[in-house]
Design a protein around this ligand. Structure first.
Ligand code: NAP
Ligand code: GCO
Length: 266
């Protein structure tokens, strides 16, 4: 096959979870540019409407649904509805996620469970829902949005790190379990990306100076900048396409070099 053609997603149907804005939206736009039909969900109608308007503005006719990815019955119903109204899902991007920044000794078990539920249990639920049709169709691509916290810890994000570390291993296990059936499951590990999720870490100080965490991230990132959601676009197309057919169980870190670097010397 022609190399450039192997990146084409023409005729493919992609479901990207939690993709009304931010990283999911940028990935969905990229998959569309490569030829895929875009299906997304979000947790509230208001977000789905906002997403639909944003896709339309980019000339993309996306299919948007309300669905809580932690609700197994709702996810199964969503997948059945998408199969009926759009077609069988070829590509699943598990993007929906939450974070709670709370010191571990102050975090309740319930708060810990909420993060694990959205960031780890939900990717299991969504992958489980699409795999049977992928097996019948003879191929499938699952991309799990992991994190720096799949590899590293830091203060206040115990639940998030536990979930994203678990998601890395779920990725490897799906690859192991279904690789022989031509299903590839890989992860993308974004570095620090400028989205609403990280906005509190980038807020300007009252005196107009950069937030200390913002300065910390710049000093930890060889690229010397925060990532943009668009930085994840082409890596997602690679992992969604035939170009990556022999790549399975891999986490592609798109982090401006954070994981390679000890940090700026004083
Ligand atoms: P985000 O705020 O985490 O966006 C995630 C989307 O998922 C939001 O629209 C959110 O809705 C939705 N969502 C939350 N819970 C849901 C549920 N139960 N069911 C369905 N949808 C739900 O923004 P983001 O920064 O673009 O993050 C996207 C993914 O990348 C997440 O998995 C995140 O952990 C990961 N990530 C982010 C960064 C970063 O630096 N930004 C880096 C590495 C990894 P609401 O708006 O209502 O919350
Ligand atoms: C935090 C951040 C991170 C990032 C991202 C890093 O509080 O440290 O929110 O966890 O969002 O996941 O890859």
């Amino acid at each position: 096959m022609n190399v450039m053609e192997s990146f084409s997603l023409k005729g493919k149907i992609a479901l990207i979870t939690g993709a009304s804005y931010g990283i999911g939206f940028a990935i969905a736009c990229a998959l569309h540019e490569a030829g895929a039909t875009i299906v997304f969900n979000d947790i509230r109608q208001e977000l789905v409407d906002k997403g639909l308007a944003a896709y339309e503005e980019k000339g993309i006719k996306a299919h948007g649904y309300v669905c809580d990815v932690t609700d197994e019955a709702a996810v199964n119903a969503l997948v059945a509805k998408v199969e009926e109204e759009v077609g069988v899902i070829d590509i699943l991007v598990n993007n929906a996620g939450i974070i709670k920044r709370i010191p571990m000794h102050e975090m309740t078990a319930d708060q810990f469970r909420q993060v694990i539920d959205v960031d780890l249990n939900a990717p299991f639920i969504c992958a489980k829902a699409v795999i049977p049709s992928m097996i019948r169709k003879g191929h499938g691509k699952i991309i799990n949005i992991c994190s720096m916290m799949s590899e590293l810890g830091r203060e206040t994000v115990s639940a998030y790190a536990a979930a994203k570390g678990g998601l890395k291993m779920l990725t490897k296990n799906i690859a192991s379990e279904y690789g022989a059936l031509n299903i590839q499951c890989n992860g993308i590990g974004p570095g620090y990306i400028a989205t609403p999720q990280t906005a509190p870490l980038r807020e300007l100080q009252p005196d107009g100076s950069r937030h200390p965490f913002d300065q910390f991230i710049l000093a930890k990132t060889p690229a010397n900048r925060w990532g943009d959601p668009e930085d994840l676009a082409a890596p997602a197309v690679f992992l969604a396409s035939d170009a990556s057919n022999f790549v399975n169980g891999h986490i592609l870190y798109v982090d401006g070099g954070i994981l390679a670097y000890i940090g700026k010397q004083p």
